[in-house]
Design a binder for this molecule. Structure first.
Ligand code: HSE
Length: 381
């Protein structure tokens, strides 16, 4: 089995080095940029890979939707196995790609698309084979964890730390995907799909942005509530369906997540039989993500070719999950689900009773219409 890598950027070049270093030959690399070190392995013509019958595994590390989608579809139709680190592609086209893989008797794997270097999806899928997963939750974005850790531990300013995260290469090209939650929502959708054997799309995931957090929130949460705050994705199985959401979340200071520092990630599953399993590590970067991509390739080369999961139809319903919330706003609001309300300077600090995720997100839009800087965080007891 010969291997091709599409894209020789950060992840593709990391996977190349890991695979060749472990003795697996990469026959071709597709990239439109010159890379002298690749010699005649480099091609800018995808047909050189598609028409090469020796190549049976294609590792996609281009990112984005196009041309990644077209290339992956062509590879599956040519009966080549596909491995991808591309969360946008998997989130958007999983159903189509899964069906194409089935039709053509090949597999599609995407362990590195959520959790970067952490073998999270691999182990989640493995657990889901014989256990019932009730919940997944975790820190799935290094940029936002880096920001929160710095704001809490040394009082740094949000915008300053975001610039530092960009300088260090953690943040997405458009950091809105990090701080407004789309990156975590995609990883939550993919993880929930595997955990609950269904297809959850990014648009099914309710999101509270992190961008409105201020020093006064950190002070209130850490001193008045005696908690800390992290940016978490959740997938929860309830009676009525699956809930999937991304929220800044107040946690006890001794929670495992509270002690995840810098740009690290930590994602957990809660299984009926196995209980809690937590996976900690680097969620991004050349060698962590490149090595995870390489591991999927090696699994296939070694004959482990089963599909990631066979989707069945389960509804996403964020009215099936309840929690308490922290709200900070200057708006003059009062709802009957408010439990405690404290006014400090011109801000109201509110702790709610238990309320459904969908109701809180609906009310948050009403509050934000009056106060665009209002901040909302779930409370994980
Ligand atoms: N920008 C992402 C992060 C990279 O900060 O975790 C990995 O998706």
């Amino acid at each position: 089995m010969k291997i091709a890598i599409l894209g020789f950027g950060v992840v593709g070049s990391g996977a190349f080095e890991v695979l060749e270093g472990a003795g697996y030959e990469v026959k071709r690399v597709l990239d439109i940029r010159p890379h002298e070190e690749l010699g005649d392995k480099l091609t800018s013509n995808y047909d050189d890979i598609l028409n090469d019958n020796e190549i049976s595994v294609v590792a996609e590390a281009i990112g984005g939707l196009e041309p990644a989608h077209t290339f992956v579809v062509k590879a599956l139709k040519a009966k080549k196995h596909v491995v991808s680190s591309n969360k946008h592609l998997i989130c958007t086209y999983y159903e189509e790609l899964h069906a194409l893989a089935m039709e053509n008797g090949v597999t599609i794997r995407f362990t590195s698309s959520a959790g970067g270097g952490i073998p999270w999806l691999y182990n989640l899928r493995r657990s889901a084979r014989c256990d019932e997963i009730n919940k997944i939750m975790g820190i799935m974005n290094g940029t936002t964890n880096f920001i929160l850790d710095a704001m809490i531990s040394d009082g740094s300013d949000f915008d300053e730390v975001l610039k530092e995260a960009q300088r260090l290469g953690y943040a997405e090209a458009n950091p809105s995907a990090d701080i407004d939650g789309l990156d975590t929502a995609r990883k939550t959708a993919i993880s929930s799909s595997i955990a609950f054997n269904t297809i959850i799309k990014e648009e099914n995931v309710d999101i509270f942005s992190l961008r409105f957090i201020k020093k006064c929130d950190i002070d209130y949460i850490t001193t008045r509530l005696g908690m800390t705050v992290r940016y978490l994705g959740f997938g929860v199985k309830g009676e009525g369906g699956i809930s999937a959401f991304v929220e800044p979340t107040c946690l006890p200071k001794n929670a495992l997540e509270s002690n995840v520092t810098k740009n690290n990630n930590m994602i957990s599953l809660f299984g009926r039989d196995v209980g809690r399993l937590s996976f900690f590590g680097q969620g991004a970067g050349k060698y962590p993500t490149g090595s995870s991509l390489a591991q999927d390739v090696i699994d296939i080369v070694n004959g482990s070719c089963e599909l990631e999961f066979a989707p069945c139809d389960i509804k996403v319903d964020n009215s099936a999950c309840q929690r308490r919330y922290y709200i900070r706003t200057s708006a003059n609001v009062n709802y009957d689900f408010f439990d405690k309300l404290e006014v400090i300077d011109s801000n109201k600090y509110i702790i709610t009773k238990n309320i459904t995720v969908s109701e809180m997100h609906r009310v948050a839009n009403e509050i934000r219409a009056l106060d665009e800087n209002a901040f909302f965080a779930g409370i994980e007891e």
